[in-house]
Design a protein around this ligand. Sequence first.
Ligand code: HEM
Length: 407
Amino acid sequence: RNAAQLIRPQLPAELIEKRAGCPFDPAAGLTELSGQGRIHRIEHKGETVWLVTGHDEARAVLAAPEMSSDRINSPRARALISPELHAEMFPPERQAGSFIFMDAPRHTRFRRLLTGQFTVRRMRDLTPRVHEIVTSALDAMIEKGPPADLVHDFALPVPSLVICELLGVDYGDRDEFQQRTAKLLSLNTTVDEQIKNGTDLRRFMHKLVVDKQKAPGDDLLSGLVRDTDLTVDELVGIANLLLIAGHETTANMLALGTFALLEHPDQFAKLRDDPALVDNAVEELLRYLSIISSGVSRHAKEDVVIGDATIRAGETVVVSVPAVNRDDSQYDDPHELRVDRPRGHHVAFGHGIHQCLGQQLARVEMAVGFTELLRRLPELKLAVPADEVPLRTDMSIYGVHSLPVTW
Ligand code: HEM
């Protein structure tokens, strides 16, 4: 088993694999399950997992204080491997600062230190710089001429450069951290590779934190080094989390979002011809694509009633983001992509105390990214047949590995 599997319960293939012929729809088995109820007890490979497909139930799970996010130390993770291997994979210094895995009140301390850095206002102030970054990526891609790989030339560099500037990471090091992040998010790496990758990424960040201590700049990480009593391990953990969460997610939304628009030419044309729709389009793409395709998991610290189910202490719950975002009690024709759909309460960014810290930044990047892409390349097309686009079914964040386009 690899670390990703340890912290993420496995589900049967029919609930995971994309529907043949449609890279955007949830697995056929998942859609069928949603039709049968809103919370389901699944037995698979000797494990029992509760799978939530209903919208209200998902929000109830994610808001419940009895539900823990400490996937690393969950009864499930502890039962799967020996204490020695657990200690080797997740030593205390590796857990420090990774507040996505913490419960209140430990989580609260980190979240308070960071919330002010990611407010709607702060992110709006960043818009002109995001605009410059988007424009120069598009300038370079257009100058090189078609065909292009939209992932390599646009979707990955834009959020990578934005998060590097925000954190104060040298963009010249991007190959190093992009490769390590990709390996960390891969479902096909071994435990040994995971341990090595985790250690290498921490070493990279450790050096950065120590450099900031010596010579702080005006970036977020320098601010944390200067103004807080966080330990070096905590700073490394925070920086790692922000760097990983901050570029792969948005990159996949930009690339898969473009693919979805190209496969729905009426929606592409609607957004291109009325850029004022972009904020709606971004929310709709987040809902429709639900790139956190394996869901968000928790375990119960105490017995808790969710909908018509009683989750017992120690049991694992997975909120299926793709199923919940297509709950037909929330959305008319949930399986249709409509860029002018009124904004609803999707769970693409989660819900409750762990709701995505970077969501406003992601929204700015996507709004500027899609607007400029469609304005500059109004005749954008796929350069290969749609079924040849390589899908990220082997990664914990869904999307495309590359997107060959022409214009
Ligand atoms: C948490 C999705 C972009 C940083 C989350 C969660 C989701 C999510 C579903 C909740 C996880 C849970 O409840 O266990 C996304 C998507 C993105 C995106 C779909 C892009 C479209 C970003 C960006 C950043 C970021 C750009 C950083 C700048 C974080 C952090 C957390 C988080 C730090 C943990 C928050 C906490 O535990 O309090 N994200 N995210 N994300 N995200 Fe994002």
